[in-house]
Design a protein around this ligand. Sequence first.
Ligand SMILES: *Cc1c(COP(=O)(O)O)cnc(C)c1O
Length: 391
Amino acid sequence: MENLDSFETDKKICMHYEDDRERFEGAVVPPIFQNTLFTYQTFDILTDALQSEHSYYVYGRGTNPTVEIVEKKLAALERGDECKLFSSGMAAVSASLINSVKSGDHVLCVSNLYYSTMELLKYLGKFNISHSVIYSTKTDDIKAALQPNTRVIFLESPTDMTFRLVNLDEIADLARKNGIRTIIDNTWATPLFQKPLTKGIDVVVHSASKYLGGHSDVLGGAVVTSKEIMKTIFKKEYLLMGAAMPPNEASLLLRGLRTLPFRMQGHQDNALKVARFLHNHPAVEKVNFPGLETHPDYHLGTNQLSGYSGLMSIELKQDDFNHVKTVINKMKIFKIGVSWGSFESLIISPNLGNNEGKLVKEHISPGTIRLAVGLENANSIIDDLEQALSE
Ligand SMILES: *Cc1c(COP(=O)(O)O)cnc(C)c1O
């Protein structure tokens, strides 16, 4: 695999890696192990297995062969030691965060994060875990925002809704020097377009409900990290909080992964065309998409991203809620709904008509509309936007 470029290597991983057909009677698709437990020939072997449940099949809350194949693929795609799959992205976010902090610790959030991640951090206040947000992606500002008890820097790059990039090399270096763990939510880029562990980030989390699954039919999450960190996550957060990925969901995810490289190329091609169209549209104040050469972080992106996925936002010139609502309601190809990362184009706004003050505090324009560009015909998508944006 070493001789292939990264994208071709990743294609190979998605297609065949760890499918281990000989082990399963040559089955071209690995079977779904629909069993909760594994029995042992002797009690002695079981007692050994229970000593290191991570490396044996004992009970489905810990390990399952179908789930394990997908875990191995994702670990390989991220160039990480190990992956564990969870029943949702938030289960993965919760496990990685709770593993990293104790009472009295502080978490620094870099600019805008996924809504539920922020809600979780607020909830963790009840255990005397504090957090703060630095609304800047500049390394110097992030450094100045560190507190003596900061134990975790949590980031998304691009940032949620505003799509600014964070310099992964610099943040990893800053954190290492201060004994701080870095966690990145890499859902937007997928491991195909960004490999944060190779930049020195400690923990990668994913919502597999987005591009990894890719068909809006499976909820899941993943944590990819070093052997040492995974050892404690498995023993504590995985086994004790119990949000394991079920084998049926793993098999859907496995199917989604087969076509991930092709789908991501499709999302990228469509998103670039859509972003260029919107950039020149008179009703649009700003397009937040790091694939545009005019984006403030475009050059940083060329150093840490190998592609761009299909999620972006625009800021309307006329930024009141009524106008946002009118544009969204006119859409035909874009469906109105939460989530993203699948074959279908989706549209939503963070402006819910009752939260403009909060948005302004979070440096998000009230005229923001988020677009998940799907795999439909690019010209049809652009025509849909054109008719919705016209007066
Ligand atoms: C959807 C999402 C999550 C949460 O994932 P679920 O699978 O819905 O629990 C986390 N981070 C990002 C960036 C997301 O888009």
